[in-house]
Ligand binder design. Structure first.
Ligand code: PMP
Length: 304
């Protein structure tokens, strides 16, 4: 395959029918988003949000892009901005993985760290403050930009239906950070088949199932406020997965299936296995593995 820019390889990732034992002989199909050039599902989002802003006339060749992010969206935005020769400032709570911050910088982005204890809200507030002092700045703002769920509704979800080739989807399982992945794909799949059960996955310390927000090791998912995208599409179930369960599945994926997957993928698999145990034989569960374990090696992802 001859290509002329790396951004053209975003999307069209493989869908794996996981070769692991599953209750009732059910199947779990996982979309392997670490195959995107920036290494995560958020490459789709960076490209889609900048293209959408461009289409709306919100960008000029003098624009500075500013985004609050846990990391992967920052890499995706920086990758999309690199192709357009636009400067990028990413506002990242200090706690997120060093590898992701190094990769953003390698793409030319400037990073501003906010205190870990202020969470993603602290990063959002700082991004808004910066934008006020930087002329011609643009904040894609993944947390309330409708282009976020739309990215997945228009790209990943149709790829799933194409690659499933007529197989019925009994359940769709996905983690939520901004909620865009879950909302966009759940809406598409429900339109295809209203009987599909939609399951959102959160780590302990996320607020969807009630309880106070607190720190967790599973990175990329977990919410401090209800994502606005959840107004349009309701999850049929919300499963809370412990860090231990998520990291156990990260290790199992490498040992049993040869897949290097991050902790949010481990949580997605732990939840999918729970859902599989409740479904009749022959059911198909579809989930998303957002990124690779390689960007969490400094966080001892395989050493628990
Ligand atoms: N997993 C990882 C590793 C992520 O970086 C993100 C995005 N923060 C997600 C899952 C969740 O995706 P979304 O923001 O679409 O809910």
């Amino acid at each position: 395959m001859l290509i002329h820019n790396i951004q053209s390889t975003i999307g069209n990732t493989p869908l794996i029918d996981l070769p692991i034992p599953i209750t009732n002989g059910n199947h779990i199909f996982a979309k392997l988003e670490m195959f995107n050039p920036g290494g995560s599902i958020k490459d789709r989002l960076g490209e889609y949000m900048l293209q959408d802003a461009d289409n709306r006339g919100l960008l000029t060749d003098q624009s500075t892009i500013i985004e609050p992010t846990a990391g992967n969206t920052g890499i995706g935005v920086a990758l999309a901005a690199q192709a357009r020769h636009l400067p990028v400032i990413l506002v990242v709570p200090a706690k997120f993985s060093q590898e992701k911050q190094t990769l953003m910088q390698a793409l030319g982005a400037k990073i501003i760290n906010t205190p870990s204890d202020d969470g993603i809200r602290g990063a959002i507030a700082k991004a808004v403050e910066l934008a006020q002092s930087i002329p011609d700045s643009f904040i894609p703002m993944q947390f309330n930009n409708p282009a976020n769920p739309e990215t997945y509704y228009r790209t990943l979800a149709p790829e799933l239906i194409r690659d499933l080739d007529g197989r019925k989807v009994a359940a769709f399982v996905a983690g939520a950070g901004s909620g865009g992945t879950f909302a966009g794909i759940a809406r598409f799949l429900k339109e295809q088949d209203p009987t599909t059960t939609t399951v959102v996955v959160e780590p302990e310390g996320s607020i969807l199932n009630g309880g106070p927000a607190h720190a967790h090791r599973t990175e990329g998912i977990g919410v401090e406020f209800i994502p606005p995208f959840f107004k349009e599409v309701q999850a049929d179930r919300t499963l809370t997965i412990t860090d231990d369960d998520a990291f156990t599945q990260v290790r199992n994926l490498a040992a049993d299936a040869g897949i290097f997957a991050g902790s949010s993928s481990g949580a997605a698999l732990a939840a999918s296995l729970k859902v599989a145990a409740t479904l009749p034989a022959g059911s198909n569960i579809v989930t998303v593995f957002p990124d690779s374990s390689e960007r969490y090696l400094s966080e001892s992802i395989y050493d628990l």
